[in-house]
Design a protein around this ligand. Structure first.
Ligand SMILES: N[C@@H](CCC(=O)N[C@@H](CS)C(=O)NCC(=O)O)C(=O)O
Length: 229
């Protein structure tokens, strides 16, 4: 059985939980990371020398990097539409995954880790301000993209691109600074709600509902915990 190493309240571990839920992949999970077993131990570093969660072990194969794990699981267990083989469609999916993992992870370090969790070294006021401005701009770009198409990131079907981006949207709504009204903010909210309502009844996917839900990141953790225990 697939083994996931990482705490369920981690942004990046949640991507793996989401794809498992989406595709009905059975797994067991161990709590590693901040507040649980430290990833700096020799035991963890033997599995992932980079020292970050998530890591997974699948039939003896060890993998790290959340987006890579999501794509691997989608390739092994998913239908083509969720991670298309067509090179153009695939590139459209991957560009949003890369965007979420690089661009928004930098800004969320300032806006979330610094601004909300007050975690050094990200809690430098300049860095917090920079992160808040940047994530506002990025969510605005996302908003415009969804406005042009949607309801999913790559059109009318759910793909693995929706997983990291959905988690970014979820985190955006949890940020506690005075967020400037985005031009199409209501539309973005509507689009993400639409995404979850389109998907949820089809296959009864509670994790998808929770992870997309703007106000329930804590609920998401609790639900994820219930599901894996
Ligand atoms: N690029 C990596 C980033 C992984 C990462 O930053 N993980 C965080 C949690 S979201 C972590 O390991 N934090 C240290 C900890 O929890 O101890 C990925 O996408 O998997």
């Amino acid at each position: 059985m697939l083994k996931i190493l990482g705490r369920a309240n981690s942004f990046n571990v949640r991507k793996v939980l989401w794809i498992c839920d989406e595709l009905g992949i059975a797994f067991e999970r161990e709590d590693w990371g901040r507040g649980y077993m430290p990833t700096s131990t020799a035991e963890f570093l033997r599995i992932n020398p980079i020292g970050l969660i998530p890591a997974v072990i699948d039939d003896g194969v060890v993998l790290r990097e959340s987006n890579s794990i999501v794509r691997y699981l989608a390739t092994r267990h998913g239908p083509d539409e969720i991670y298309p083989k067509d090179p153009v469609k695939r590139a459209h999916v991957e560009q949003w995954m890369d965007w979420a993992n690089y661009e928004t992870s930098i800004s969320l370090r300032g806006a979330f880790l610094g601004g909300m969790l007050h975690e050094p070294p990200w809690n430098n006021p300049w860095f917090i301000e920079q992160g808040r401005n940047q994530i506002t701009k990025e969510v605005g770009q996302l908003d415009e993209h969804l406005d042009r198409g949607g309801p999913y990131m790559c059109g009318d079907t759910f793909t693995v691109a929706d997983i990291p981006v959905g988690l970014v949207v979820n985190r955006w709504f949890s940020l506690d600074f005075e967020r400037p009204a985005l031009q199409r903010r209501c539309r973005l909210l509507r689009q993400t709600r639409r995404a979850r309502s389109l998907s949820a009844p089809r296959a009864k996917r509670p994790a998808l509902i929770l992870f997309f839900s703007p106000s329930s990141s804590r609920g998401g953790v609790r639900e994820a915990e219930r599901r894996v225990r």
